[in-house]
Design a protein around this ligand. Sequence first.
Ligand SMILES: [Zn+2]
Length: 293
Amino acid sequence: MSSLNDYIKFALDIEDQNIIFSDYSNENISGKIYKIYLAELIRSACPFCRSTNLKHNGHYVSNVRFITADASKPVTIRLRKQRVLCNDCLKRSMAQSNLVNKYCHISNVSKLKVRSALTEDRSMTSIAREHNLSVNTVQRVLTSYSAKFYDDFDRLPEHLAFDEFKGVGKKLHFICLVGDTHKVVQILRTRFKPDILRYFYKFTPKARSMVRTVTMDLNCYYPLIARELFPNAQIVIDRFHMVQMLTRSFNIFRVQIMKQFNKRSREYKLLKSPWKLYLMKYGKLNKTTPYYD
Ligand SMILES: [Zn+2]
């Protein structure tokens, strides 16, 4: 027969054998109704010596924010983590689960949801609202998925890429990626020169001299920053931005010429409808079956 524990675990899609659900209720917390699930997290063996000869030593209670389909009713798992003392190696430990990291109150599945939402074109505020989290938490999730590697200020990748993106309150943030792997090196709250300089000056001169290329769009001060920070780096203007700019100016020029003609004239029509043809690569043009217009 299925127990309440089995049923809740089925509903919440939690598989951890060490989590045992015992009860559920609605709770009014400062005017908002929370769905509360009570659970105990068991420590069955010592993590250090694998012994099962344990002495129980109370619980650490953690209110874990879980995912919910209905943002108006946040789901919280009140997880009582067992604390144990190992009778064999005499070390203390606390029960742990993949559900949530140690001393964290946001479940890992919520973080994953936030991370996938961050890849969509959405504001952090709307993601925070949907998952009943603060904007700061969403921001922390974003930073935590960025490279931790660069806490080390003695090295930098050979190829860097600078760009910016829209974040909270439509403010532009600065982002620096590893050029070849697209791993995030750092995200800064603003894209202003002093902030970027302050961040990169934390790296040693040796680390900064490791950078060989910096790829960027046509932002006016990025090249100045790159030259100041990375003495051995070449500045590469991103192909995408170059092609975009060329295409745009070519189209503006085409329209200017087009407008010199009468709308009913053959010249006007030839400059208007086959516009894609003018942008086509030479290699892709049809050279075998010519036709005349
Ligand atoms: Zn032990």
